[in-house]
Structures are given as structure tokens and as C-alpha cells.
Write a protein that binds this ligand. Structure first.
Ligand code: F6P
Length: 322
């Protein structure tokens, strides 16, 4: 087998804090081992248009602590078409790239899998705040997003207590309630609504009223975006409980900011592992954080059945918020 000499790295899908640390690790580790490393700009869109540039040591200077991605990112419809996929593969083969490291979420992994079928050596790195990739305990960006939510909610609590109100806080997570669950437990939310578990607004209302009658003057309810329409939940809850509430949607603020130490470390160790693995000639793999270790696993695991939901954590959040 021909040894790997030229590699490329791209970020795709939603940006996540720690992606820059991962890019830096891929570039520096690659150069350290004598490889030529190319950055693909603007995700798969840029790949299809051939936006590749060779990265030098200085190209990734002063980025390890920055949020976002210096390579830019995009959601790419063309990667769902056969023509787009063929063009993306052609760009890499034409430039003699031996392997592509894709940093992104499950949609980005799908693109990588398609390229692999077209003869491209690929490695996936989990980069998304949602923590919704099967096969890894953590994704790059998740820890920072949870901390952002905790920080924002502790500010909201000041207003909630001053006005003696209920606040509904929408956090990101279309199909996965991990941000809501972890942040909700960390801040002691009264209720956590997530897509994985159905909820009953009557029960939530009874809990609010029980707290209210024993002197509690405010409540925080964390709602994952995939749990339902927050405005409908708000008006229904108001109707059932008779208690006034306010809605705050944290939105894209959760994707920004400097990475937490955990995410910067994940970026560094996962990026470095990707280069080690591709130098060993192993492809169609994903880098995963499992049992406190950074390991490689077959990429197809990411498309398998969803990892079991952390029911224990959910039950604990409920027990502590009686
Ligand atoms: O996948 C990350 C994520 O932030 C989701 O939590 C959210 O639903 C989605 O991206 C928003 O995507 P966009 O920024 O493209 O609107």
C-alpha cells in the first residue's frame, strides 16, 4: 500500500467550539510527520469548487482558543447529488490527496461515507455541539455549549427570582436532548423537556404549583428545540397552571465562544489521533471518545442504532427537582 503523503481537512455542518483546535492538531501533527496538509475551505461546497490550500505551521497559529472554524463551514445540498459527490471525489483525486479528515456531525459523516465509496480514504472527527453522534461519548463542542447554557441560565435566574416568574429556556438539539439534560441537571432546572421522552404539561404544571405553594417563587424549564414548539408549550402551560411565564431562546449563541478546556483537549487529541490512524493506513473510521480514551472505530457505527439514552441522568434530574 502506498504510504500517505498528502492529506486534507475540512469542517462541515454547524460550527462547534474546539473545531479550530482539531484543525490545528491535524495540520501540525501531519507536518510533524512530514505530510503535506491541505485545508478545504467552506466545507463540501468548497471541496466541490476545489477550494483547497496548503496549510503551513503558521496557518494554524493563534487559533487553538478560538470558537468557530477558520476553514469556514456550510450545509451543502450538492453533496446529496451524485454529480456533487463525483466532483468532490474528483477534486481530491486530481490533487493527489491520499486521505480526507472530515470534522462535523452525522450529515458530514454521510458525505464522508459517500466519498469513501468513490475511492477516497476518509476519517471522521465528531464536531457538533449536539452530542448526537453514535459511537462516541462526547463530540467536540458539546461541553462548551453546555457551559454556555449554564452561564446564560444563571443570569436568567436573577430575573426569574426578582420577578417571581417561570422561564422556559429553549436550547439547541433537534433530535438529541443531551444539551438540555446536562445543562438542566447542572443548573437544577425544575423540568427538562427533551425529544427522547414524552412529557405531560399537566404533570409539569402540578409540579410548578406544588413548588409555588411551598414558597418557591420562580422556576426554570429547559426545553430542547426538538421537544416541541416552545411558544405552544408556553401558552399551554400558562393555561393549565395559571402561572405567567416567559420564553428565552438561546439559539446560535450556544455555538460560539472559546472552547472549554475539555473541547480544546478533545480537538487536540482527536485531531492527532486521526493523523496517527491514517498513517497506519486505516480508513473509513471515526475517531471516538470512549471510556476516557480516544480511539478509532468503524465509520459505519455512526449510522447504527442510537446509543442508549442516559435514563439515569434524566431520572436523577427529576428526583432532585421534586
Ligand atoms: O447541529 C448543530 C445545530 O446547532 C443544531 O443544534 C441546530 O438544530 C442546528 O444546528 C441549526 O442549524 P443552522 O445553524 O443551520 O440553522
Amino acid at each position: 500500500m502506498k504510504p500517505v503523503q498528502k492529506i486534507a481537512v475540512l469542517t462541515s455542518g454547524g460550527d462547534a467550539p474546539g473545531m479550530n483546535a482539531a484543525i490545528r492538531a491535524v495540520v501540525r501533527k501531519g507536518i510533524f510527520h512530514g505530510l503535506k496538509v491541505y485545508g478545504v475551505f467552506h466545507g463540501y461546497n468548497g471541496l466541490i469548487r476545489g477550494e483547497l490550500r496548503e496549510m503551513k505551521l503558521g496557518s494554524v497559529a493563534d487559533i487553538v482558543h478560538r470558537g468557530g472554524t477558520i476553514l469556514k463551514t456550510a450545509r451543502c445540498d450538492e453533496m446529496f447529488t451524485e454529480e456533487g459527490q463525483r466532483e468532490a471525489a474528483h477534486q481530491l483525486l486530481d490533487k493527489g490527496i491520499d486521505a480526507l479528515v472530515v470534522i462535523g456531525g452525522d450529515g458530514s459523516y454521510r458525505g464522508a461515507q459517500t466519498l469513501s465509496k468513490l475511492g477516497i480514504n476518509v476519517i471522521g472527527l465528531p464536531g457538533t455541539i449536539d452530542n448526537d453522534i453514535v459511537g462516541t461519548d462526547l463530540t467536540i463542542g458539546f461541553d462548551t455549549a453546555v457551559n454556555t447554557v449554564v452561564d446564560a441560565v444563571s443570569k436568567l435566574r436573577d430575573t426569574a427570582t426578582s420577578h417571581e416568574r417561570t422561564f422556559l429556556v429553549e436550547v439547541m438539539g433537534r433530535n438529541c436532548g443531551d444539551i438540555a439534560l446536562r445543562a438542566g441537571l447542572a443548573i437544577g432546572a425544575e423540568s427538562i423537556l427533551i425529544p427522547e421522552i414524552s412529557f405531560d404539561l399537566k404533570e409539569i404544571s402540578e409540579k410548578l404549583l406544588r413548588g409555588y405553594h411551598r414558597g418557591k417563587n420562580h422556576s426554570i424549564i429547559i426545553v430542547a428545540e426538538g421537544a416541541g414548539n416552545i411558544w405552544d408549550i408556553s401558552s399551554e402551560l400558562q393555561e393549565v397552571s395559571g402561572l405567567d411565564n416567559r420564553v428565552t431562546i438561546l439559539g446560535h449563541i450556544q455555538r460560539g465562544g472559546a472552547p472549554s478546556a475539555m473541547d480544546a483537549l478533545l480537538g487536540a487529541t482527536m485531531g492527532s489521533k486521526a493523523v496517527e490512524v491514517l498513517m497506519e493506513g486505516k480508513f473509513e473510521v471515526m475517531i471516538s471518545y470512549s471510556n476516557n480514551q480516544v480511539i478509532e472505530r468503524p465509520l459505519e457505527i455512526a449510522f447504527g442504532p442510537k446509543d442508549s439514552f442516559d435514563q439515569k441522568l434524566y431520572d436523577l434530574a427529576n428526583e432532585l427537582a421534586i
